[in-house]
Write a protein that binds this ligand. Structure first.
Ligand SMILES: Nc1ncnc2c1ncn2[C@@H]1O[C@H](COP(=O)(O)OP(=O)(O)OP(=O)(O)O)[C@@H](O)[C@H]1O
Length: 231
């Protein structure tokens, strides 16, 4: 379980995140939505100990992520391209991660087979550096990397952004399959209300850093979100 307790992030006088309490149980597909600047990425960055909270904490299976290391081998994430090694080709990058995660060559092959449809024959074996990939293809590499090493939880910031419509559908299918087969907990931030409502069991809406809605009834999600966003 991922637990957020009394979490605050402040830059000078501006409070950009203020989440009293949030519990994300194992295997949940948790959607995070909110307008630009609502605090979604900040929450993910604190969860990954990339940014220090001004107050409060995030725990993964009881351990404070800012004070322990154990969660690092159990959580995968793709927030943006800074997380990639852009001077490598995707093949070299996955091979590097394979060694870090101590996976066999067969394990890596099996993992990448799950991404065959999503990669659409544009990622592997192309001898193109990651830095030269299109934005959508960069995202695909990042997501495949985030899901390597049998993580218990995967955080994805705007995973559908820059993907073409077929790739968006393939990604949704892949997330649903992984959730079904591996019981991965997914935390997904997105501006695409249709996609998140389709794949997530629960959606939290942030406004100016605060949780203003916590929705888990599928039938009501779209209605409430469409009303809020005026779409
Ligand atoms: N290093 C920083 N210094 C000052 N303010 C920051 C810093 N990082 C983030 N912020 C502010 O924190 C707020 C929340 O930003 P955040 O990126 O978390 O929002 P978001 O919901 O992910 O937005 P978007 O949908 O546009 O990606 C914004 O007002 C942003 O300007």
């Amino acid at each position: 379980m991922i637990k957020v307790e009394g979490l605050k992030k402040q830059y000078k006088e501006a409070v950009v995140l203020d989440v009293e309490a949030l519990e994300i149980p194992k295997s949940e597909c948790f959607g995070l939505v909110g307008n630009n600047g609502a605090g979604k990425t900040t929450l993910f960055r604190i969860m990954l100990d990339l940014v220090r909270a001004s107050a409060g904490k995030v725990t993964f299976e009881g351990n404070d992520v800012s004070k322990s290391e154990d969660w690092k081998s159990r959580v995968g994430a793709y927030l943006d391209e800074h997380m990639l090694l852009s001077y490598l080709t995707p093949d070299e990058y996955f091979e590097t991660l394979r060694k870090i995660y101590r996976l066999s060559e067969e394990d890596l092959k099996l993992h990448l087979e799950n991404f065959k449809e999503l990669f659409n024959d544009e990622i592997l074996g192309k001898k193109k550096y990651i830095r030269d990939l299109s934005k959508g293809n960069l995202k695909k590499v990042g997501i495949a990397a985030a899901m390597m090493g049998h993580p218990e939880a995967v955080l994805l910031d705007e995973p559908f952004e820059n993907l073409d419509p077929s790739s968006q559908n393939r990604l949704k299918k892949l997330i649903l399959q992984s959730k079904e087969n591996s019981k991965i907990t997914f935390l997904i931030s997105s501006h695409d209300l249709n996609h998140v409502t389709e794949i997530c069991d629960r959606i939290v809406l942030l406004e100016k850093g605060k949780v203003i809605k916590d929705l888990n009834e599928k039938a009501l999600m779209s209605e409430e979100l469409n009303t809020y966003f005026g779409v």
